[in-house]
Design a protein around this ligand. Sequence first.
Ligand code: NDP
Length: 449
Amino acid sequence: MPELHEHVERIYAEVARRNPGEDEFHQAVFEVLHSLSPVVSKHPEYVDSAVIRRLCEPERQIIFRVPWVDDDGNVQINRGFRVEFNSALGPFKGGLRFHPSVNLGIVKFLGFEQIFKNSLTGMPIGGGKGGSDFDPKGRSESEVMRFCQSFMTELYRHLGEYTDVPAGDIGVGTREIGYLFGQYKRITNRYESGTLTGKGLTWGGSQVRTEATGYGTVYFLNEMLRAGRQSFEGKQVVVSGSGNVAIYAIQKIHQLGGTVVACSDSGGYVRDQTGIDVELLKEVKEARRGRVSDYAILRGDEATFVEHGRVWEVPCDIAVPCATQNELDEDDALRLAKSGCRIVVEGANMPCTPKAVKVFSESGVLFAPGKAVNAGGVATSALEMQQNASRDSWTFQETEVRLAEIMSRIHERCLTTADQYDRPGDYVSGANIAGFIQVADAMLALGVI
Ligand code: NDP
């Protein structure tokens, strides 16, 4: 056993050496490998066939220039990325992120996470991720459109419903997917709906896809509460972010009886003790593309805006980080635990630092990782692909029932697997091991490719 653990350690050292400077990627790999020691002890075949080493190396990495002309006639150059990480279970599947912080290491961390997340859904989708350092904030509609067209002019040759199927992520919503799909259709002369997900409802999109990640996060949380014989009734919740995931998480928490008392964006947080008015938040963020500070002004006396404040200062029973990676650190975790927070679930990808996760485990705060919790988004994307393939379209209710069932199955799978590997109640080990085994077995079956 110690030598097998050493095997995993050696792989991590190799990943760090071969991918210098990609801190987020190292962090994501470490987090998964850390859980795999008991698996390699039980299954030497994964060592013999170098499955874990192969998993840590993307199948293909594409980096490209994205030139476009801004409204003042200046040529702008951005960098585009698509990391096709693993296609053992199905076509590469994962979102595109447009944000100035995007670089190869971030796209690789997201792509790596996506492999296990997609595997956990039980659906036939591999893992990938992409994006650009383009910042849509403050850009006009026509600038965003020209950027998307240029991005797709290069990327289209790598995509296809059986090859690679992108979706949205930070900075990429239905508007951007529309421009990307329009350009794909124009270049290929084919209406291949199954090539992109997150499409609008009138042109091949699925009901519930917009709501799916936030709703799915809350369905998972609800399963955790039920497993502990609790409910949302009377619970105060803090949600970070105010984008796609955050908005629909807030909406579903309210529908199930909890109260979200604060949310945020990169400018600060808003506290609203009677509960965030989700319709107003949607109006501000989706329709006006405004800030949570605007929400506070429109809401009046009920709400307080704390400029540059950390949302984790607000006491709560449950915390749901839904903004971005490493947004909740050790100090935040200590503060949350001290103020009585008992559950933390990751709506975003890797929002809690490793030290924060350690604090949760040491202080008895129940914690569940993003790759399980937020898998409802990609699962509903897979439902969108199913509907596109059969030229069908399901009702909101029918689709939401499927989403809830998928989240319940993922929750069950995490707990059962954690039990099997002697880590009862450990959602991190359960998610990593269950996600890993399914991909690893497929890789073994497909041979060394
Ligand atoms: P959006 O772009 O819709 O919203 C992101 C939100 O996070 C905004 O409120 C943004 O504020 C805030 N934010 C971003 N960066 C920072 C930062 N550095 N500090 C503070 N706040 C920040 O993105 P999504 O809601 O789609 O994605 C949120 C998270 O969920 C990401 O980690 C994403 O990878 C993950 N996710 C998304 C899925 C989806 O279906 N959309 C699926 C699975 C995971 P501001 O406007 O000020 O930048």
